[in-house]
Design a protein around this ligand. Structure first.
Ligand code: FES
Length: 102
């Protein structure tokens, strides 16, 4: 059953309109901060596996640092193809801890 696990602390979260990657068990999670709204998605780009958490945010989308595919961090959808979708994970912040449901 999915459960919330601690990913990081609130102070480690990315700044406004930045993304950052965090290890989580055997996965890596990309946290995006779009205008102060945090969301968690899988870090692996579906194109060729680029690290989304090392990308920039432009127009509310996470831009893969390798070839520029853009991903909606709220839905996981690729901007150019809604059928291409990376996993997104519920995220909550409690007492300064960042929890994701994986
Ligand atoms: S690996 Fe992400 S755009 Fe190519």
């Amino acid at each position: 059953m999915p459960e919330f696990v601690k990913l990081t602390t609130q102070s480690e979260l990315p700044a406004v309109n930045e993304a950052k990657e965090f290890p989580c068990g055997d996965k890596t999670i990309c946290i995006a901060n779009v205008n102060g709204n945090y969301s968690a998605m899988d870090n692996v780009c579906l194109h060729r596996g680029g690290p989304l958490g090392q990308g920039m945010i432009e127009g509310g989308k996470v831009v893969c640092p390798w070839h520029g595919w853009q991903w909606n961090p709220a839905t996981g959808e690729a901007a150019h193809n809604p059928n291409a979708r990376v996993a997104v994970y519920p995220l909550k912040i409690e007492n300064g801890e960042v929890l994701v449901e994986v």
